[in-house]
Design a protein around this ligand. Structure first.
Ligand SMILES: NC(=O)c1ccc[n+]([C@@H]2O[C@H](COP(=O)([O-])OP(=O)(O)OC[C@H]3O[C@@H](n4cnc5c(N)ncnc54)[C@H](OP(=O)(O)O)[C@@H]3O)[C@@H](O)[C@H]2O)c1
Length: 272
């Protein structure tokens, strides 16, 4: 049983989720069997129907799931957001999503405030329970709040021991906006072979991946690791039976390279 994180709109989400990018129905079904109840997808992943199928096939009641999907860049506008969510809901086979995020701000296009107004309207209609953002820098978040008075409930950003997002996390924590970590394992990278992580893993009798996932929990961030393997899914989910002390968290945070390994820069990345 994982812990929960409470959001500023009064709802709550599991403290860990399953990243479904490139995952098919079988891999998602196995993650549900392992215990994951929060599933992160996106319109651009093209697998919302696999997420819906896995949920329906699981026999687990719909209300036990937190389903996250994301608004693509092509739909930054009030009407466009409605049309895109309608498509996502049809693919998912659901009547609402629990958390709807703007996938990227695309500030050069400069329509993310319109997209946010669209999400606010969808929430008011009950088609989405909670609304948030992904890849938004603090100034993008501040602009949403200034122009609409509504703050996102989460910001999902690239976050792993090689890119620890100290400034972003400090901003988000100060505003009561939990950070959700994408690529929490650094897409495996060389983190699994890192000597600092290996030493800590040995001390606790857990795997390097479990140390990294637990590091996110200690930071107060919500990791969404992805794996095709049931055994590794189970490993990633099993991080609530041990904890890291402040020195261990700091040692892992010192692995920061300050360089984005995988994602684009929110200021310039455009994905339609
Ligand atoms: N909002 C955004 O813009 C954005 C961008 C990127 C990603 N995301 C979300 O974040 C999720 C996760 O990020 P990600 O897929 O980039 O990377 P990740 O979860 O950091 O890493 C996945 C990789 O790690 C391996 N792995 C998983 N568990 C492991 C373990 N216990 N031991 C060793 N290796 C392990 C997986 O291989 P195996 O499959 O072989 O286990 C896979 O190659 C995505 O699925 C997506 O939902 C969001």
């Amino acid at each position: 049983m994982s812990e929960r994180r409470y959001l500023s709109d009064g709802s709550s989400i599991p403290a860990i989720g399953f990243g479904t990018n490139q995952m098919d129905t079988d891999a998602i079904a196995s993650a549900i069997d392992v215990g994951f109840r929060m599933l992160d997808t996106a319109w651009v992943y093209g697998n919302e129907s696999a997420v819906g199928d896995a949920i329906r096939g699981s026999g687990v009641p719909r209300d036990e799931f937190t389903v996250i999907t994301k608004l693509p860049g092509r739909a930054h506008g009030v009407d466009e957001a409605r049309a895109s969510l309608t498509e996502s809901l049809a693919s998912l086979g659901l009547d609402h999503v629990d958390l709807y995020l703007i996938h990227w701000p695309m500030p050069r296009v400069d329509r993310y405030v319109d997209a946010w107004k669209g999400l606010i309207a969808l929430r008011e209609e009950g088609l989405v329970r909670s609304i948030g953002v992904s890849n938004f820098n603090p100034d993008h978040v501040l602009r949403l709040i200034e122009e609409t008075g509504v703050a996102p409930v989460v910001d999902q950003v690239e976050l792993h021991p090689h890119f620890i997002q100290a400034e972003q996390r400090a901003f988000a924590a100060g505003r009561g906006i939990p950070t959700m970590s994408w690529s929490p394992l650094g897409r495996r990278a060389d983190l699994m072979a890192d000597a600092t992580i290996a030493t800590i893993a040995e001390r606790h009798g857990v795997s390097p991946a479990q140390v990294v996932v637990r590091w996110h929990i200690e930071l107060g961030s919500v990791p969404i690791p992805r794996s095709t393997s049931a055994a590794r899914q189970a490993e990633n989910f099993d991080v609530f039976g041990f904890s890291l002390d402040a020195d261990e968290v700091a040692a892992i945070s010192r692995l920061d390279s300050g360089v984005r390994l995988w994602g684009g820069d929110p200021e310039t990345k455009e994905e339609f």
